[in-house]
Design a protein. Structure first.
Length: 136
């Protein structure tokens, strides 16, 4: 055994450095890109290779991939117009129903009762007492 040790030492191959490969694009189309984006987003910048960083910078500067602001189809003005229309339609339906169903229909009495039942009368009474208290 001593002879084997005295023979030439075996040559050792230097270890090759393994380079991190850029992610391959899938031939399936957009499905592959989504997976790459989530993988790139999940990894930290320290773990990303230069090619991945360059690709991320290109993607972030691309105006086609940026998020677009979605315009809301319902604006505040449209909401209040809808609310006003709903209230007026409710009043109209109640008045028409009362005109049909009641023998002696009195428009003024129905409006007074409805405004009292919906709290409109009390609101204006409270507002009047509050404002009159300011000036007395």
């Amino acid at each position: 055994m001593a002879k084997k040790d005295s023979q030439k030492p075996e040559k050792t191959k230097p270890q090759k450095e393994k380079k991190a490969k850029a992610p391959k694009e899938n031939k399936k189309g957009k499905k592959g890109k989504k997976g790459d984006e989530t993988a790139a987003a999940a990894s930290s910048p320290e773990n990303m290779t230069n090619s991945q960083l360059e690709q991320a910078i290109k993607d972030s500067n691309d105006p086609a991939s940026s998020l677009k602001k979605i315009k809301s189809p319902v604006s505040v003005k449209n909401f209040f117009l809808f609310l006003l229309g709903f209230i007026l339609l409710t009043f109209a339906i109640v008045i028409v129903w009362c005109a049909i169903a009641v023998d002696k229909f009195n428009f003024v009495t129905v409006i007074k009762d409805m405004s009292y039942q919906y709290g409109i009368t009390q609101f204006f009474q409270n507002m009047w007492t509050t404002m009159s208290g300011w000036f007395s």
